[in-house]
Design a protein around this ligand. Structure first.
Ligand code: ADP
Length: 640
């Protein structure tokens, strides 16, 4: 039964609890705090990543929208294309008016062309014409060799999308109704895999390289090399952010015109010439002819802007950047710090090489700001948490410690009380037996024994009162029966009752009463109890020189009663605590002097309840001196 636990076991259990508390609460609390503080250091990176993800979620659909626009434009150009030019044979001149009508039908068409495959000649713009407008001349300059298969161009391919489409072809038989959806989903999946999975990326790049395609500079490899070579080349990316930009999914392949148009009916051919985009649309008309046009860049920009206007809110600006990294339309606010370094960007389509949809932060300091606020909040929270954990820990361990001390004190208390009761009882029994048996006929001796019996009985009463008072005090206020008492008289009475016994034990008792009377308003029984406690202590703690001085004087408004001895005295450290409940300077069970640790506590309480004090001071040259101070009562007794 836990209630009947041995105190020693309880004490050990309390110790273990304290150690566990430190191990399980304080240590983890500190570790937690430390980790949280470490984490706040990474806060900026975390916020940057969150922002990046959020903005990519805006940028990706925007890029997809522009890519879809190109498909729409191809369809538009194709449906307006004059199929009649196929039939016009052999005179090319007859086709020209139809081409002109087509070219006028939309602003998108820059220079229309008609190419005859069998002869590898342009029917329009006329190669042999003596005077060609400059634009047409430069079109031919640029494209003649290419159309005649004497020169190849770099064709862009999105490796991720190609991979997704291949996978789809392989699993085609299993495909069901939701083909379009799953196609888009597959592509999306492949793109995000490409971006997030370096291994997958490398695999696609390697495959592309093996089939003779040109792979863009590899970010990871470049970084690795740079580390090894330490200082070899000046860093190509001045800004950290360009380095972390996801690598391009676009690879290029050198193809000739005939290779490009093989296996398709129409399409786009983008060419980058000095960072400028030359976008060609082509469509097969008839078995031998290819109709097409160069796309007017201005018109193209307008169409893109129509589906994707510059989007701005307080946090970011979304724009389309052309192949040279300039916005296709400058929002002219000048707020975006530099068009060169977007916060996130995504390439649009293989037909718009190097064109991107990009997002800029309107306030580049926003990350640091947010990180600071968040770190501060986390720091504060952790601080509060750690402080409360510590405070809780200390409170609990403090409580445990005082519980522990109390448990120890109670153990000794019980043993001490029984012992203290036994001592006077033994002598009362011994002396009364002697008196009963009539062994001493000497009247004076008999009288002395009787005095001692009375005195011991008084001591017993005092002891029992101490314990009773103490237990009562915890339940209710002590009730005093106050009346006007002459302290001199009371002191004499006490002295008389104790003197015989004390002297019998070998004490020299001096009494110095400096005042004829000291009237106080008090409960005489309570005051007597307090004085007896002091006397009993002087007796108990004087193992060597047995000397007690009992004094009474008047100091201004107070009656001062003092008890001094030449006993063991009290160390300054203990002197501050001897008035505490259960406190004993030597509280071991083997202590030579037994006691309850309650005497001084009760005496002080009694003194205070009477408006007085009780104080300790060392006695010169050795021993202790206690002073009980009570206010004098000059008024007449109300009951008298
Ligand atoms: P106790 O029953 O232990 O005497 P007290 O409350 O009367 O309890 O005293 C508290 C402690 O003060 C004692 O245990 C003892 O250590 C110390 N003390 C009290 N009076 C004296 C004295 N006259 N001389 C030396 N030590 C004393």
């Amino acid at each position: 039964m836990p209630g009947h636990d041995h105190p020693k076991r309880r004490i050990r259990r309390a110790r273990i609890t304290a150690i566990l508390l430190v191990l399980l609460v304080v240590v983890p609390g500190l570790v937690l705090g430390w980790m949280a503080i470490q984490a706040t250091g990474r806060e900026e990176a975390v916020i940057e990543k969150q922002l990046r993800t959020a903005l990519l979620a805006e940028v990706t659909p925007a890029a997809d929208r522009v890519a879809a626009l190109l498909t729409e434009l191809a369809a538009e150009l194709s449906s307006a294309a004059p199929d009649s030019v196929a039939a016009v044979t052999p005179a090319p001149d007859a086709a020209i008016p139809a081409l002109a009508v087509w070219a006028d039908s939309t602003r998108l068409i820059g220079i229309p062309f008609l190419f005859q495959r069998s002869t590898a000649r342009f029917l329009w713009p006329a190669e042999q014409a003596s005077v060609l407008p400059e634009s047409e001349a430069s079109f031919l300059d640029l494209n003649l060799d290419f159309f005649q298969d004497r020169k190849s161009v770099e064709v862009y391919q999105n490796v991720a999308i190609e991979y997704a489409d291949q996978m789809e072809k392989k699993g085609k038989s299993a495909e069901t109704v939701s083909e379009v959806d799953s196609k888009a989903a597959r592509r999306q999946q492949a793109l995000s895999d490409f971006e997030n999975d370096a291994q997958f990326r490398e695999k696609l790049y390697d495959e592309a390289e093996r089939s003779g395609k040109n792979v863009p500079e590899r970010a990871e490899k470049t970084l690795g090399r740079r580390e090894d070579e330490a200082v070899a080349v000046p860093s190509p990316s001045r800004d950290r952010r360009t380095a972390v930009r996801p690598p391009s999914p676009f690879v290029t392949e050198s193809l000739r015109f005939s290779q490009i148009v093989r296996g398709a009916d129409q399409g786009w051919i983008p060419r980058l010439i000095d960072d400028r985009l030359e976008l060609l649309f082509w469509k097969k008309v008839g078995p031998d002819r290819i109709l097409g046009c160069s796309v007017d860049e201005g018109a193209l920009r307008d169409r893109i802007l129509a589906v994707l206007p510059v989007a701005r809110n307080e946090a970011r600006v979304l724009v389309v950047l052309d192949g040279s990294g300039r916005p296709i339309f400058d929002p002219a606010s000048g707020q975006a710090p530099s068009w060169r370094i977007p916060f996130v960007s995504r390439e649009i389509s293989e037909f718009l090489p190097r064109w991107t949809v990009a997002a800029y932060l309107t306030d580049p300091g926003v990350i640091a700001d947010r990180a600071r606020t968040r770190s501060l909040a986390i720091g504060l929270l952790v601080g509060v948490l750690v402080v409360s954990i510590m405070a809780g820990g200390f409170a609990v361990s403090w409580m445990l410690r005082s519980e522990l001390r109390l448990a120890e004190q109670k153990t000794t208390f019980v043993a001490n009380v029984s012992h203290e009761l036994k001592t006077p009882l033994t002598s009362i029994r011994l002396l009364s037996e002697m008196l009963r048996d009539g062994r001493h006929q000497d009247e004076a001796k008999r009288r002395q024994y009787l005095d001692i019996v009375v005195s011991e009985a008084e001591r017993l009463t005092r002891l029992i009162n101490n314990v009773l008072d103490f237990s009562r005090q915890h339940r209710e206020e002590r009730q005093y029966v106050r009346r006007r008492v002459d302290l001199v008289e009371l002191a004499r009475e006490i002295l008389e009752s104790q003197q015989v016994r004390l002297e019998h034990q070998g004490f020299t008792v001096e009494s110095v009463f400096d005042t004829p009377a000291a009237p106080v308003l008090a409960d005489p029984e309570a005051i007597k109890q307090a004085i007896l406690n002091l006397l009993s202590n002087a007796e108990k703690y004087s193992p060597g020189e047995k000397w007690i001085r009992f004094g009474l004087r008047v100091d201004r408004e107070d009656a001062v009663l003092s008890v001094a001895d030449h006993g063991i005295g009290i160390r300054p450290l203990d002197a501050q605590r001897i008035f505490d409940e259960f406190y004993r300077a030597d509280d071991s069970l083997t202590a030579s002097v037994r006691g309850t640790g309650l005497g001084l506590t009760l005496s002080r309480r009694i003194a205070q309840d009477h408006g007085g004090t009780i104080n300790y001071s060392p006695n010169e040259p050795e021993g202790s001196r206690f002073e009980l101070r009570l206010p004098l009562n000059s008024v007449e007794d109300p009951d008298a």
